[in-house]
Design a protein around this ligand. Structure first.
Ligand SMILES: Cc1cc2nc3c(=O)[nH]c(=O)nc-3n(C[C@H](O)[C@H](O)[C@H](O)COP(=O)(O)OP(=O)(O)OC[C@H]3O[C@@H](n4cnc5c(N)ncnc54)[C@H](O)[C@@H]3O)c2cc1C
Ligand code: SF4
Length: 805
């Protein structure tokens, strides 16, 4: 020991191993740490691989410990290096590069590998596992719209893979050997709910099918079943289970069953060697979910650092997951075996199924599908083995008026709230008190809670509500002092009371006057709710919307005519030039949005300028749809795979003149080179071989955010329709002045997908109907003499209100 420090060698740079090292570092520094990892990346959140597959996150987004973390903690990281041998007597490990590394303490955190069942033809091109970032990248390289994909395995991993592939536009079938999806977590009824949901989202589910072979030449072409039937498939994901990586344990002479056997202190049969994570077997159980592994890591950190005391006595097998946007919670022993006393609730219309199993007056197991809001209460009952005899009638539905806060109060501080990153209730309370956390965003930043699958978000909100002194529920703030309602409640009131005028709303539900905050918001809501058939009150609009132009700092105006998709003509250019000459326009400027801006126009000239231009308003001033930027696409670009210009022009026709909660900018590009920056727009169409990706919630202004993938589709019409459905959903659900990037983050892309592009046909159609109704009533603000569609909606063309400037 040259440095006098204990040389700790960790094999495995995965979630459990590194989490344990993080805990070790919290104790007094006494280790020289070297970590070997045979993957070529820093430690990342494996749970989020499905989000990478679905295009929602990049590999950078899911990194848990950046390279600086290793450097800061003086950890030697041997990334991309596999350990091939252990010599327990010499206390060395040998890596694939031939290097021999001595250790005083060895920690095996080798995780698991995907299990490949004995199916003929698994070596064919097009067959993949789904365990690592490299697997995910390889899958992404093959996934394309319309590709026939088969996922073998209907457990958690298989369904996650299916979701990702479907978002990429593949035609997906899940094949499962058992008769119930996720049969380890769900009984046949619960599995049935999940199957229904998946099929509603367009994924075929084949249950009770045993796969015999992958057929084809060098490349996979079909999957053949034991009953002799087959289905075509060019992309096959095998998600049939995992096997703990125990080879090094065997080479080290440790006791190994299915996993490397450890005791309650996480010690193996060799006092210098420890093990943690999925490679471990404790009391006959190998855990395959992260929460128990993080618990193990904490105990092991105490043992390894000489603070032996805390023990690991096993974990209640519990999973809280979001599968295809459906919340699922399963814990304990929920089978209807002898002595089991089941309590059930079902609501097929809402997709909600709940089953509790009581044994000897205590909760033995739980299944929740579609509504997991009570999972913390059940988890606590399971953990504490509480006697439920007296509460028997209220197991599923607490007595009226019972405060949900009671459940939170009852949760132990050590109870895990966020299973994805292992954040306990105690850590959250510490962040609230110690770091002044008051909002969910602050909590995410401080603790990483709720940054994984999102299923703990409501629990985090409840905790914040109960504990944070100045809790702010983001997105549900009261509009302003004049109208004391949050926006969602106000929308409900306007709808149910059939109110159509801003003044009526202020008279009945406000202070009768309103202000510059609430009036534009109410005005927008009425326009959106009644699809333009409301009593327009121009004084309630923002100044730019009232004058149909952008006021400049010197009091003059900027005029931007509509140039759909950025494509103009010599005639339009001539007219623009003539107007610029005639009105002595001081500056003619090409904008970043591919438009022409005439700057410095006097207010009295505006109507004449519009008339002389003879072009529609570009709405460059509006809290509404602005424009679609396009690249040249297939017509002129050698890389173009889609006609992005035509798509952009069509989008512009469909969205122009519509108001939105905040400005909405779009772009359409012919290939992923993304020359018109579609991935940083509110809505973007990204052409690719055989289809389009529709992305939403991007930004490149004060905030920069890469848009989330909404859906991948084959045709231009389908892509524009997906954009329309999202656009209307945003119009109806966002708070006024909430940009799409905040909206998408607040609501979550999973829920947005579920309620838009993957919603039942009738729901989608209603969104489109309302959008088209609004569109039919909308009109170009500059068009002189245009007829009002509703007598009270007429917006006179005189642009300037008195006293505006
Ligand atoms: C797609 C996917 C989704 C999941 N979703 C969830 C979920 O929603 N909820 C949940 O709780 N869990 C989920 N899991 C499971 C969770 O990710 C695992 O339980 C967890 O990652 C296990 O951590 P680990 O450190 O034991 O193993 P790993 O994270 O697998 O880390 C082990 C590392 O050791 C490396 N290694 C192995 N042998 C050697 C060697 N000889 N030399 C060098 N390096 C070696 C491996 O390559 C790997 O990088 C999911 C897993 C996957 C794959
Ligand atoms: S995005 Fe692709 S198609 Fe469009 S101009 Fe750039 S390279 Fe060409």
């Amino acid at each position: 020991m040259s440095s006098g420090m204990n040389r700790l060698v960790v094999v495995g740079n995965g979630m459990a191993g590194v989490a344990c090292v993080e805990q070790i570092l919290k104790h007094a520094p006494r280790f020289d740490v070297t970590i070997f990892g045979d993957e070529t990346h820093v430690n990342y959140n494996r749970i989020l691989l499905s989000s990478v597959l679905a295009g929602e996150k990049t590999s950078d987004d899911i990194a848990l410990n950046p390279i600086e973390w290793y450097e800061r903690n003086n950890i030697q990281l041997r990334v991309g290096t596999r350990v091939t041998d252990v010599d327990p007597a010499a206390r060395t490990v040998t890596s694939q590069d031939g290097a021999v590394t001595p250790f005083d303490t060895l920690l095996l955190a080798t995780g698991s590998s995907a299990w490949m069942p004995p199916i003929e033809g698994l070596d064919k091109d097009g067959v993949f596992a789904f365990r690592t970032l490299d697997d995910t990248r390889a899958l992404l390289g093959r996934a394309r719209p319309g590709a026939r994909a088969v996922v073998i395995g209907g457990g958690l991993l298989g369904l996650e893979a299916a979701r990702g592939l479907q978002v990429q536009g593949c035609d997906v079938t899940v094949v499962h050997l058992m008769h119930t999806l996720m049969e380890r977590q769900l009984d046949p009824t619960g599995g049935g709910y999940l199957t229904t949901r998946m099929e509603a989202m367009g994924i075929r589910v084949l249950l009770g099918r045993s796969t015999r072979a992958i057929r084809g030449g060098a490349a996979a072409e079909a999957v053949e079943f034991a009953d002799g039937t087959s289905i075509d498939a060019e992309l096959i994901v095998v998600a049939a289970g995992i096997r703990p990586n125990v080879e090094l344990g065997r080479k080290a002479g440790l006791q190994v069953n299915r996993g490397i056997v450890v005791n309650d202190h996480l010690e193996t049969s060799n006092p210098d060697i420890f093990a943690v994570g999925e490679c471990v077997e404790h009391n006959g159980v190998c855990y395959g979910l992260i929460a128990p592994l993080l618990e193990q890591g904490k105990v092991l950190a105490s043992t390894i650092t000489g603070n032996k005391g805390p023990t690991y006595t096993g974990s209640v097998q519990a999973s809280k997951l979001k599968i295809m946007g459906v919340d699922v919670f399963s814990a304990g022993v929920w089978a209807d075996a002898d002595g089991a006393d089941p309590v059930r609730f079902e609501d097929p219309g809402e997709g909600v199924y709940k089953k509790l199993v009581v044994r000897d007056g205590k909760l033995a197991g739980v299944i929740l599908v579609g509504d997991t809001s009570d999972s913390a209460r059940y988890m606590e009952w399971l953990r504490s083995a509480a006697d439920l005899t007296k509460q028997r009638r209220h197991l599923l539905f607490p007595p009226a008026g019972e405060d949900t806060g009671l459940d939170i109060a009852q949760m132990a501080d050590s109870a895990t709230v966020c299973g994805c990153v292992g954040v306990t209730k105690g850590a959250i309370i510490q962040a609230i008190h110690g770091q002044g956390v008051n909002t969910l965003s602050q909590l995410k930043e401080a603790t990483r809670a709720s940054t994984g699958c999102g299923s703990c978000t409501s629990l985090c909100q409840d905790l914040l509500k109960a504990v944070a002194p100045e809790f702010e529920e983001e997105g549900r703030r009261v509009l302003c002092g004049c109208v004391p309602f949050d926006q969602e409640s106000l929308r409900d009131i306007l709808r149910s009371q059939k109110l159509r005028g801003v003044q009526d709303v202020l008279d009945i539900y406000g202070n009768g006057h309103g202000c510059e905050v609430c009036k534009p918001a109410i005005s927008y809501m009425l326009d959106m709710l009644w699809c333009g058939d409301h009593d327009e009150d121009r004084s309630a609009r923002f100044i730019n919307d009232r004058v149909h132009a952008n006021i400049q700092k010197d009091g003059t105006f900027s005029v931007v005519p509509r140039i759909r998709g950025g494509v103009t003509s010599p005639d339009e250019l001539r007219r623009i030039a003539d107007v610029a000459d005639k009105y002595k326009v001081p500056m003619v400027k090409i904008t970043g949005s591919q438009r022409i801006d005439l700057l410095g126009i006097r207010k009295e000239d505006l109507p004449k300028v519009w008339a002389d231009l003879g072009m529609p308003s570009g709405q460059a001033y509006a809290k509404g749809f602005r424009m679609v930027k396009t690249c040249v696409g297939t017509d002129f670009c050698r890389f173009g795979t889609q006609d992005s210009t035509a798509a952009g022009i069509e989008m512009e026709r469909r969205f122009e003149n519509l108001f939105t909660p905040h400005k909405v900018k779009m772009a359409s590009v012919g290939c992923p080179r993304n020359c018109a920056e579609a991935t940083v727009k509110d809505i973007g169409l990204v052409g690719q071989e055989g289809g389009w990706q529709v992305v939403v919630g991007g930004a490149a202004g004060k905030s920069v955010r890469k848009a989330d993938l909404l859906i991948t589709v084959e045709t231009t019409e389908a892509a524009i329709e997906a954009a329309e459905v999202f656009f209307q959903y945003y119009r109806e659900h966002a708070n006024y002045l909430e940009r799409t990037y905040d909206f998408v983050e607040r609501v979550g892309i999973d829920r947005i997908r579920k309620e838009t592009v993957y919603a039942p046909d009738t729901v989608r159609q209603l969104l489109l109907d309302r959008l088209r109704k609004s569109k039919a009533r909308s009109r170009d603000a500059w068009q002189e003499g245009a007829q009002p569609v509703h007598p009270t909606q007429f917006i006179p063309l005189q642009p300037i209100e008195q006293g505006l400037m």
